[in-house]
Design a protein around this ligand. Sequence first.
Ligand code: HEC
Length: 150
Amino acid sequence: MATSVLRMLPAAAIAVALMSVPLAARADQALIDYRKAVMESIGGHTSALVAIVKGNVPYKEDAAVHARAIEPLAKMAGHVFPANSKTGKTEALPAIWEQPEKFEKTLAAFQAAAADLAKVADGQPADLAPPVSALAKSCKACHDDFRKKD
Ligand code: HEC
């Protein structure tokens, strides 16, 4: 009996700690963390593909998987910036919500670059180089204007 009460204590303490964080704040951070996870996935596939295209690693046969994976993730990027994900531990700049038209354009250019890359996904690394470089430029364009500098 005494032991089972003790075992329950940490869980209860965690529940109380969670309750003391306002619900809205927690929701925002969950949305932000999800956005970061999607960006990390995009970043992972892009880095892997760049390594293959540059010939730094010999995994030519993996290129198509990475090249195709970025397109649906770029589509997801379209819904990971809701208005209630502005505040919290985030590097996203307020400009995203203050200049929605400019942001939408930047996002659309990225999605188009990801779609162009997916179309040639089965090509040789040399064929993938131009669309990968165009894609990388579209990442940079958005990060330059809409993400905090390190
Ligand atoms: C339309 C704008 C936009 C585009 C396009 C974009 N990003 Fe991002 N990215 C962001 C923003 C904003 C953040 C900061 C997110 C946050 O902290 O909430 C971010 C964060 C990241 C992160 C860090 C995630 C973390 O864990 O903090 C990585 C990695 C990343 N992006 C990679 C990429 C790559 C690679 C591409 C292109 C293939 C790309 N992004 C395209 C806006 C964009």
